[in-house]
Design a protein around this ligand. Sequence first.
Ligand code: SF4
Ligand code: SF4
Length: 371
Amino acid sequence: MKTLDKINLEKLIGILKQENYTVIGPVIKDGAVVYDEIDSIKDLPEGWEDEQEAGYYRLKKRNDNALFSYVVGPQSWKKFLFPQKLKLWQAVREGRGFNIENSNSAEPKYAFLGIRSCELKAVFIQDKVFDNGMFADSYYNNIRKNIFIISVNCTRAAGTCFCVSMKTGPKAKNGFDLALTEVINNNEHYFVLEQGSEKGTEIASKLETNDADDKQIKAAEAAVKNAELNMKRTMNTAGIKELLYNNHDHPIWSQIASRCLSCANCTMVCPTCFCSNIEDTTDLTGNHTERWRRWDSCFSLDYSKVAGGNFRTSVKARYRQWMTHKLASWIDQFGISGCVGCGRCITWCPVGIDLTKEVENLRNSPKTINK
Ligand code: SF4
Ligand code: SF4
């Protein structure tokens, strides 16, 4: 392991830009940490951390210059791999026919700086969705294969995190090119650097690094342990698939539905949710048409509308579908849970519905139906 100072973190961004990467990192916008293009470490949320609870998010000033003391904000990295709005193709009239043009030939080359362990796991989960044999999504895969990933290990837990329960954090174990752990001790401020790929090693070789000594490695481990020890939420995942499948008719779904606004926030902020809809638009002359893909949600009434009717008209049915898919049928579909424990759906739910509590409520009052 190596250590890196802030000057060389700045240099790292410069090297990536020279290699034609668009560097994406955390920035403060509209009172929250979001992900956007950065040019320098000056763009990072230096000296800020987030306070999160069910239905609550605020940024708070720290009394140090930490760059990565926020946890996660409302956005996830899926906005770059699976954009909220994407033109799939357009067609222009030519004589008696149409010329169809693919609108997605551009392949941005992204470097993600600051991706957390749970978020990295969320990308692996979306890989299973979008790199899925005959259903592979070419836009996703073309971008995905070129990403340079600089993971940042969490040294704080937000009030809504439960990655330890989901075994997805707080330390990134693989899948990154480089991983950083920020250490601030007395007057020292440095990053312990791990290399996770050949490309990561090649880029790191261009930086001025030092070998990390035992004290520095232990300080980094203690910082990550701090996040683990301070994680307030847990989710007991033992037999969770059966718990959900066997309680389809439990009264809890009506109780949740009496609070749920069906606003779809939880699905928009979730780093693994992947529902989308297709919209075709035509201009008034009939000479030009476009096909767009937009994020959608199982909470939208129209999402379950099919020829002959709607099979999920109640909020109860829609919430049950979301939680059952996320924590149970996702496992059958993709061999893995659809939840990484990032806590976003809890923080950004306007009425503070908390899936960890709802799983616990279900566990404490199971009403098993015949199966
Ligand atoms: S659970 Fe919360 S965030 Fe999700 S749809 Fe219901 S009210 Fe909106
Ligand atoms: S379900 Fe909630 S906690 Fe789980 S990954 Fe999605 S947003 Fe994060």
